[in-house]
Ligand binder design. Structure first.
Ligand SMILES: NC(=O)c1ccc[n+]([C@@H]2O[C@H](COP(=O)([O-])OP(=O)(O)OC[C@H]3O[C@@H](n4cnc5c(N)ncnc54)[C@H](OP(=O)(O)O)[C@@H]3O)[C@@H](O)[C@H]2O)c1
Length: 230
């Protein structure tokens, strides 16, 4: 799909260790790390959710963390939950399928119809965006035009962050820095996917704000330029 399709403004927000990791090891829930967030930072996270029209998280994170993606610590409406899930294979008992917030599951034409039916029966919206893998520019366009989403927050994980960046769909990054080092060469970090071969392919960001929230440092960046290889 063309990169010129209309889309929401997109913020990637993440809790991250000093060594850039999002969890303790591959396959581990980030909820273990999140327990150590300052209560004031948890409120910041929930306030941000309440300020956004939609929140998107990768299907692997849903399978590992069983995230709820609701606004609980502040007053405010739940954003629309959006989960890209090409084969419609989310566990039927996933919290995001419980109907307590508007929810969009983005599947592809390759999704087995019985999987799609099982998910649709949960009362969530199923949209088809892509052939084999979710087409993110198309999904963004659907969210903007059919769901009136002006502001979308992405809470990871690294693979989803990679595909959103690679498709030039990220405008801002906000990091909650946790004062830990966890190590591990294959421990998921902020952005997964393929390495780059030259500095021309780096995403360039500009630091626009930094502050402490309780005991956590928070940094905010604008994504300056976009990669030209997509
Ligand atoms: N610290 C934090 O803030 C934070 C936040 C979130 C997650 N996490 C951690 O991150 C880890 C999970 O991250 P992850 O990177 O494994 O998974 P993920 O980013 O949560 O999920 C991968 C997403 O990418 C999609 N995808 C995969 N291949 C694709 C392709 N070729 N084209 C388009 N889309 C594609 C998948 O869709 P399909 O369903 O179609 O495959 C899925 O929605 C967990 O340990 C979790 O705890 C940490």
């Amino acid at each position: 799909m063309s990169g010129s399709l209309s889309r929401p403004h997109v913020l990637v927000m993440s809790e991250i260790t000093v060594d850039g990791k999002l969890t303790l090891k591959r396959g581990a829930s980030s909820k273990i790390l999140m327990k150590y967030m300052d209560p004031k930072t948890e409120i910041l996270l929930h306030r941000t959710r309440a300020e956004y029209d939609a929140i998107m998280v990768g299907s692997t994170t849903i399978k590992i963390d069983n995230s709820m993606l609701t606004v609980r610590l502040v007053e405010g409406d739940n954003p629309i939950r959006v989960i890209p899930n090409s084969r419609a294979d989310l566990p039927p008992d996933a919290n995001v399928l419980k109907g307590d917030a508007p929810t969009v599951i983005a599947v592809t034409k390759a999704a087995p119809p019985e999987n799609v039916r099982r998910i649709a029966e949960k009362g969530v919206d199923v949209v088809v965006a892509g052939e084999r893998h979710v087409d993110y520019p198309l999904l963004m366009h659907i969210l903007r035009t059919e769901y009136d989403v002006e502001r979308l927050m992405v809470e990871g994980g690294p693979t989803l962050n990679y595909y959103m960046l690679k498709n030039n769909l990220v405008d801002e990054v906000r990091l909650i820095h946790l004062p830990f080092i966890v190590g591990g060469a294959d421990t998921p970090s902020l952005v997964g996917g393929m390495h780059i071969d030259s500095e021309d392919e780096m995403f360039r960001l500009v630091l626009k704000n930094h502050y402490t929230c309780g005991s956590n440092l928070v940094t905010e960046y604008d994504v300056l330029n976009h990669r030209s290889d997509v």
